[in-house]
Design a protein around this ligand. Structure first.
Ligand code: HDE
Length: 703
């Protein structure tokens, strides 16, 4: 019996498949053979491998042999490939670039990076979501991390910020609680990458200090169009110290060159299905195309007198200083121009730490910052497994460094010589330098040892109210809809009501709208406020996305739905007009191979309709033939393409022949739906697309 199952050994022969020279093994399997100049596969110990297709066995169908060191080593390494994901900000995407200093800031800081105009400092940036796991989707409603590592000539400076200038909590002891509450609930293990569940809103509704942050996360800031269209904030107040150790307080802000842009919620939900890597792909594509994203670093500088007289405590991380009160000054620009060679080695293993500051930059007593300075070192050991994580190229400084730290797991930098301590008599090794070294601000601190929250931190609603009143009507509506959506997923009625009680302290109309949308029949009393919310804070236009949107279509993407028989000249004219604008185009066709245009030319597709829904584009054009339209009206994905673009208030260009498709998708022609028949019509359409969306349409498509 056994013999009948036995495969007859085949003769070895050589074959060529798609330029690869392959050799057939005894079982018929194909081996890739090293050609001249190609390296030979080896074990990790350098032993050349003869066969990487078959384990070592007794007989062709017999048991495997433990002696197979190559198999054992290969599987051992594979089994250990994963390291723990970050406990927060697990899903991230990074890129290399540089920071270029505009002018010397020597008056305020002795930080080397700010001494010389035009100086370029290598940088690595990692953007992230906070709550989701590594494999979650990019368009979760979530804060985005904006962590920047600057490899300065006097050590690494990590500015570990977010795309929102305030935070949920005032004291670091609450960090594990806020993070636990937003993560999947521990008994059921869901929901993934969502704040829309009971635990999160339970914690938030019991934590009034989070209300300002809640206004931000319910705004469209948490569903950005791409990393390239978002701001970054250092959040805390830091100090700059000059040569004489004189201190100036500073807040750091990154401003994107392309302006601010977000998507709408219904779009975000669909993008997550259509392309869970939407933000990653966007950054990758832009950098590969040489369209390097850019941000300006701005500083808000102020002194102790301002801090003493400002409406809020500058040490309170739930508060910001409006840009109209202290104007941000641009001090340099950040350009991202290179993707990592290896995602794991760089993006995954990069270790950001708030305590990495060079001489000339120092901390304030913001309690959250002080807590972070402890946490970030601790977490790297857990994640990267060795105190020697600074030996990894992505974390190592690019300036000379010397110390007596030695040994430990995986030590790569091993000192030579006799002295491994100082002082020593051997004249060996580095010594400290009080002049060049990092010096802390000589802060005078006194008071009893207490567990207390400062009275100056007690106003939890005024800036939340200021944020809301600084938004356009469209943005205010989005906040109300987001709160409604999130709280509709909360099953416990008391939690919904508690949130409405907080909203009453922020804006009565907002609270009423959310209560009505949720079907709450009896309006609760306003929550007790430790300090009465103020209504005298001026609205700040800088807090709105729409008022700080892009000025052109640059850096964005048009999706063009085409069919056989479409007008090739028109597609070509769109393509060149967009290239001139610095914008991108993708052709969406019934078959990804492409379509044959009316002049017999062939237009290649970038996506088939199922793979290129309109949520992936900033605006769309429908260029089809009468026969094409006739076919596409029967195709649900084509109807969705048009209907979604309309529902998401996008600008739509169409040719007359596309009308049946527009009618089938129930499109009402408005000023954002424009007919284009020739190259002359295109420039007006692209100029129109420069605006974010046709918000005037929204009341027609959203209750
Ligand atoms: Fe973080 N945070 N955080 N955080 N954070 C981490 O460090 C922590 C906070 C931020 O791309 C962890 O390496 C505490 C504020 C970013 O690798 C951890 C507190 C802001 C990233 C940690 C905060 C941030 C992290 C997890 C309150 C905006 C991702 C993995 C006291 C200013 C960095 C890691 C990257 C990551 C702790 C609050 C931003 C556990 C204890 C406020 C962008 O150390």
């Amino acid at each position: 019996m056994a013999d009948t199952k036995k495969r007859s050994a085949r003769r070895s022969d050589t074959t060529t498949v798609h330029d690869l020279t392959l050799q057939r093994g005894n079982g018929g399997e194909l081996h890739q053979v090293a050609e001249e100049g190609q390296p030979v596969l080896t074990t990790a110990h350098g032993v050349p491998v003869a066969d990487d297709q078959n384990t070592l066995k007794y007989g062709e169908r017999g048991p495997a042999l433990i002696e197979d060191f190559h198999f054992r080593e290969k599987m051992f390494h594979f089994d250990h490939e994963r390291i723990p994901e970050r406990v927060v900000h697990a899903r991230g995407y990074g890129a290399h670039g540089y920071f270029e200093t505009y002018d010397s800031l020597a008056e305020f800081t002795r930080a080397d990076i700010f001494q010389r105009a035009g100086e370029k400092t290598p940088a690595f940036v990692r953007f992230s979501t906070v709550a989701g796991s590594k494999g979650s989707f990019d368009l979760a409603r979530d804060v985005r991390g904006f962590a920047v590592k600057l490899y300065t000539k006097e050590g690494n400076w990590d500015l570990v910020g977010n795309n929102i200038p305030v935070f949920f909590i005032q004291d670091p002891i609450k960090f594990p609680d806020v993070v636990h509450s937003v993560k999947p609930e521990p008994d059921r293990g869901f929901p993934q990458a969502q704040s829309a569940h009971d635990n999160f809103w339970d914690f938030i509704s019991l934590t009034p200090e989070s209300m300002h942050m809640i206004m931000w996360i319910m705004s469209d800031r948490t569903i950005p169009r791409s990393f390239r269209f978002m701001e970054g904030f250092g959040v805390h107040t830091f100090r700059l110290l000059n040569e004489n150790d004189e201190s100036t307080f500073v807040k750091f802000i990154w401003k994107p060159k392309l302006g601010l842009q977000s998507v709408v919620w219904n779009e975000a939900v669909k993008i997550n299905g259509a392309d869970p890597d939407f933000h990653r792909r966007d950054l990758w594509d832009a950098i590969q195309a040489g369209d390097f994203p850019e941000w300006e670093l701005c500083v808000q500088l102020f002194d102790q007198d301002f801090a003493d007289s400002f409406d809020f405590d500058v040490l309170d991380p739930t508060k910001l200083i409006p840009e109209e009160v202290i104007k941000p000054i641009p001090v340099g620009r950040l350009v991202l121009d290179r993707m990592p060679d290896n995602f794991f080695a760089e993006t995954e293993q990069v270790a950001f730490m708030t305590q990495n500051v060079p001489p000339g930059i120092d901390f304030s007593n913001d309690p959250l910052l002080q807590g972070r300075n402890f946490s970030y070192l601790d977490t790297q050991l857990k994640r990267l497994g060795s105190t020697n994580f600074t030996h990894l190229p992505i974390n190592a400084p690019k300036c000379p460094m010397h110390n007596f730290q030695q040994d430990g797991h995986m030590a790569m930098r091993n000192p030579v010589g006799r002295a491994n301590y100082q002082p020593n008599s051997w004249g060996e090794g580095p010594r400290e330098d009080p002049k060049r070294g990092h010096r802390s601000y000589r802060d005078e601190v006194e008071g009893p040892k207490v567990r207390l929250r400062a009275e100056s931190f007690a106003d939890h609603y005024s800036q939340a109210r200021q944020f809301y009143s600084s938004q356009t009507a469209v943005e205010q509506k989005h906040i109300a809809m987001a709160l409604t959506f999130e709280l509709s997923k909360v099953e416990t009625l008391a939690i919904r009501e508690r949130m409405v009680a907080h909203l009453l302290n922020i804006d009565e109309a907002l609270a009423t709208m959310v209560a009505e949308n949720l079907g709450i029949r009896e309006m609760p009393e306003a929550a007790d406020a430790a300090v009465s919310p103020r209504d005298d804070l001026e609205p700040s236009a800088a807090l709105s996305i729409i008022q700080n949107g892009p000025e052109s279509f640059e850096g964005r993407k048009l999706g063009v739905l085409v069919s056989d028989g479409c007008d090739a000249d028109l597609v070509e004219a769109l393509r060149s007009a967009l290239a001139e604008e610095g914008a991108n185009i993708e052709i969406v066709a019934p078959k990804v191979g492409g379509v044959e245009a009316s002049d017999g030319s062939f237009i290649e597709g970038d996506q088939m309709i199922d793979g290129g829904p309109s949520v992936l584009y900033d605006a769309v054009a429908i260029i089809v033939s009468p026969e094409g339209a006739e076919k596409l009206v029967k195709e649900a994905t084509a109807r969705d393409f048009v209907a979604d673009a309309f529902a998401h208030c996008k600008f739509i260009a169409f040719v007359e022949d596309a009308r049946p498709l527009l009618d089938k998708a129930a499109i009402e022609i408005d000023e954002g739906v424009v007919q284009i028949e020739s190259a002359e019509d295109i420039s007006g359409f692209i100029e129109m697309c420069g605006k974010l969306r046709l918000w005037a349409r929204e009341p027609k498509v959203k209750l």
